[in-house]
Design a protein around this ligand. Sequence first.
Ligand code: WT7
Length: 665
Amino acid sequence: MDNVAHTLENLHHESRSFRPHAAFAAHANATSYEYKKAGVDRLQYWREAALRLAWRTPFTEILDWSDAPVSRWFHDGTLNACDNAVDRHVREGRGDRVAFHFVGEPGDTETLTYRDIHERVQKAANGLLSLGVGTGDRVAIYLPQIPEAVVAMLACARIGAIHSVVFGGFSAESLRQRIDDAEAKLVITADGGNRRGQHLALKPLVDEALASHGEGTAHPEPCASVEHVLVVRRTGQETAWTEGRDVWWHDAVDPQPAEHEPVWVEAEHPLFILYTSGTTGTPKGLWHSTGGYLTGAAHTHRIVFDLKEDDVYWCTADVGWITGHSYIVYGPMINGATQVLYEGTPNTPHEGRWWEIVEQFKVTILYTAPTAIRTFMKWGEAIPNQFDLSSLRLLGSVGEPINPEAWMWYRRVIGGDRCPIVDTWWQTETGAIMISPLPGVTSTKPGSAMTPTPGISVEVVDDAGRPVANGEGGYLVITEPWPSMLRGIWGNRHRYVSTYWNHFDGMYFAGDGAKKDVDGDLWLLGRVDDVMNVSGHRLTTTEIEHSLVAHPWVAEAAVVGASDEVTGQAVVAFVIVRGDAHGVPEDGEEVAAALREHVRRQIGSLAKPRTILVVSEVPKTRSGKIMRRLLRDVAEDRPTGDVTTLADPTVMDAIRTGLEAGAGD
Ligand code: WT7
């Protein structure tokens, strides 16, 4: 090792840039003044953002950082999250605004105003109280994407109970781990949900989660903390019942009085726990505060999504992820948004379902993930082209680096070349958007999240923690505390400190690689765990994937490093071919040769994949992130590792069988 600090190679160069349209800028919620204000006095900036919330008692102190790295924001103020998201609108005369246009997968719809939600959350709060849930208790929520999920979260917040939403696609075992870790007193679930035209049962998974799993298993005893299971009837399917423990929502909630005074909590009162899978061991229960979290979520939602009175906003995430917490429930509702909430999948009953919904509700703001965009590219643009998407005025992306070609496709096919795109970088840990263009203010570049949002301080550093120069890559860190930062890992301060704060002195390490381009704009390069070392060069998977997706034949690409006798590691790429591409050779070898040459020409020999394999699917987590670890197993010819967090557990078999059939080597 030399004594020069190591950084990540900067391979991709992008020259396309889009300036904000003057017409958009003229009415944008954000102005460049925002950056100036935050630059002059960051804390004052956050104070002003916090003052947009409704406080029961005002705060006097902005930030208390004396117990670093645990921050306290606005801590002597009191408020209630549900009061901010719901009651306030009714109180201020906005009760008749539509909060949600709900669309069930089978086609059932329901329109809910803020007044309707107000009535429901009060009943639900009284229902929770009647089941013995109180302030500070934990409640696990395991529901499909239906209005009750939103109501359940807000009802918890209303009584000061801490919700832990577990995505409805998780297994009984995952649910049990999360219930046990938080010692939840109540589980809120449904008989089932609608998924791809089927009734997907949920309640039996709760029963399984709560039961003893037998001698010698991880759970020899039944779950000790849960007293009741509150069950929403959604599909009407048959459901086993444990008398005394199980209660129907329509029995426990619907008859309750629609009157309940919110519990006023201190700003630092925990609002929720959300589990995210750690690299090793048990999932991490990240927990967020009330005042700081709500400030971050509502403020970023207003300036990044430019929300206006007449907007119809649709975030396609599930409420079970942080994106659903911050950008369906808390941020948009605090801002009084009218939203679309959709229960199902994008291809049920047909591949144009989303675009049909955009057309029907005249959606103006759409927030989704690169994995969805690449899927639509694969299905072909003829499908969205059948629908009127002219209501759209702003598009957002989150979850992974968005490939420049997917960005361009999103802009042209979905956004009709008129909508700005906000590529928003953030994490469950950060609670709110940290890096993103501000529409109407910031120019955009396809594939770049551009600059930190006002009030946020990030840096890209080398191994030694020193800022890298423009044009170089390194590690993304956050250098100052921010209001919506996680307050810790539930019950484990040590793990919080060692996971995020021990890599670079006094800085939060996000776990992502990033680079600054020649203009100083930021490009996210994926998780540093995925970095490859090829002949001593540290390459990130992202830029090679970007290059592959830029080829007209490729819809999706996943790159991994596989051990190689000569170069240490070699680049192996898995590609999915686009459904609407013309002239793709039948022979996988020919495709591979053309793509290898394409990468060599675009970014250089260093990055040229040693092997390219054409596949029909790549393994993804349930939140749509590519699981490169499993592809490394294939590339290195090992048995496949733990597949329990895969969205579709059969995809690894399909990949292996497909490769054996095609390759013949
Ligand atoms: C990780 C956080 C934040 C809500 C969804 C994911 C990756 C997220 C971007 C983006 C590049 C992104 C990062 C980050 N990521 N957004 N716009 N560009 N990468 O939340 O499950 O906590 O994952 O997602 O790697 O660290 P999460």
